[in-house]
Design a protein around this ligand. Structure first.
Ligand SMILES: Cc1ncc(COP(=O)(O)O)c(C=O)c1O
Length: 398
């Protein structure tokens, strides 16, 4: 089959571009420590894994919208965690949330074909923009305010009038900032723009209690949740969306026709996970400790500021002047220079901020998703040698 040159060509997948850095990081004794993709490493609770084998749900087709048990468990969790009452009838399953994020604009465009714009954080998880592209839409990036959180006032009314959807993500990947979700919901309601709130890091909110867009009511909004991060279940693909009954009904009907189904045993396991909060308390403590340990070690090794995130399990580290200058001299982003220095000095594989949009090039993202002994290995290397070119204890420092 020949493909028209004018047709869509998928861009290189961001993490596939890390081969060179991975090879450099792997030269150190003890090997490379992968802090690039935000994929959990810690175990899910035993009863959740047991439910995968014991549900008896493997023979028949599962309900696309999700089993009554899964939807009850999701609604119960939202009541405990956020204090919101969500009718299980306004909850629907998705096959992990990435597919939902990447397909929602396409499906919403079938409903409102005259709208062609996806509004999403300017520095963001790339699937919001990819979803726009797959839907034949343009993306308009919404920057953050200086204090963090989306700068909704920066959205022009002409863009708002064309908007199919506004994506918000709090706590945000990669920046770790929190957005005022009540305000975002009100912004969308005032303009007839559905607001889809990606809340997959809600359990890892560090500054204050977690929040959901549903706390101000379901009208015109959806909260999107994942079991991947909350319960270390990225491998089984389980998530759900909940909120405005009309939006849930429209999307779940289309998704049923499209054959999107969470496997039955996975739905059973997800319900068990959502009914339990203790494992999340333990997971929060792990991430909190790793964030603090690694941030401190990076600062001691010569990076002047390593802000602690308000939420999430990423460090969003500003590129220091020396790396920016070197990048300019070499005709590449300072984020790649810093990522290379971290690979050489500590065997760390991190994500250049460019992966999260052109405005991300002033940072690298470090995911604290390796077991404690691997994080300790990185910390030991940083303490022993610093970051070459980075000041601090580095022999080549300022
Ligand atoms: C902001 C954000 N949304 C959604 C996802 C998708 O998660 P999953 O498809 O595993 O539910 C991720 C995964 O990294 C993410 O960072």
């Amino acid at each position: 089959m020949t493909v028209s040159p004018a047709g869509f060509t998928p861009p290189p997948y961001p993490f596939d571009r890390l081969v060179g850095l991975s090879e450099r990081a792997g030269r150190l004794e003890g090997g490379m420590v992968d802090l690039s993709v935000g994929t959990p490493c810690d175990p899910p609770p035993g009863p959740v894994v047991a439910a995968l084998a014991a549900s008896g749900a493997e023979r028949g087709y599962p309900a696309s919208i999700g089993s009554a048990e899964l939807r009850r468990a999701a609604s119960g969790w939202m009541a405990r965690r956020f204090g919101v009452e969500v009718d299980p009838g306004a909850v629907a399953a998705c096959v992990g949330t990435k597919e939902f994020v990447a397909s929602a604009a396409w499906y919403l465009r079938l409903r409102t074909p005259e709208r062609d714009t996806v509004l999403a954080p300017a520095v963001a998880y790339p699937s919001y923009a990819m979803g726009a592209q797959l839907a034949g839409c343009r993306t308009v990036g919404v920057p953050e305010t200086l204090g963090g959180g989306l700068d909704l006032d920066s959205i022009g009314e002409a863009d708002a009038a064309r908007a199919l959807v506004l994506w918000v993500n709090s706590p945000g990947n990669p920046t770790g900032t929190l957005t005022d979700l009540d305000r975002a919901g009100a912004w969308g309601r005032a303009r007839g723009v559905p607001v889809l709130s990606d809340e997959c890091y809600a359990e890892f909110t560090w500054d204050g209690p977690p929040s959901s867009i549903l706390q101000a009511g379901p009208e015109g909004v959806l909260a999107v949740h994942s079991l991947s991060k909350r319960s270390n279940l990225a491998g089984v693909r389980a998530g759900f969306y909940a909120g405005d009954p009309e939006l849930v009904s429209y999307l779940s009907e289309i998704r049923k026709h499209a054959g999107l189904m969470v496997p039955g045993p996975v739905q059973a396991a997800a319900a068990v996970a959502l009914d339990d909060d203790d494992h999340v308390v333990a997971q929060r403590a792990r991430y909190r400790a790793r964030l603090d340990l690694l941030a401190g070690a990076l600062e001691e090794a010569g990076l002047l500021v390593v802000p602690r995130p308000a939420g999430g399990f990423y460090l969003w580290v500003p590129v220091p002047d020396w790396a920016r200058t070197r990048g300019e001299e070499e005709g590449r982003g300072g984020d790649w220079v810093l990522a290379e220095a971290l690979a050489d000095a500590a065997g760390m594989l991190v994500s250049p901020g460019e992966f999260f949009g052109p405005d991300g090039t002033g940072h690298v993202r470090i995911a604290v998703v390796q077991p404690d002994d691997r994080i300790d290995l990185v910390v030991g290397r940083l303490r022993a040698g610093g970051i070459p070119g980075g000041g601090g204890r580095s022999p080549g420092g300022r």
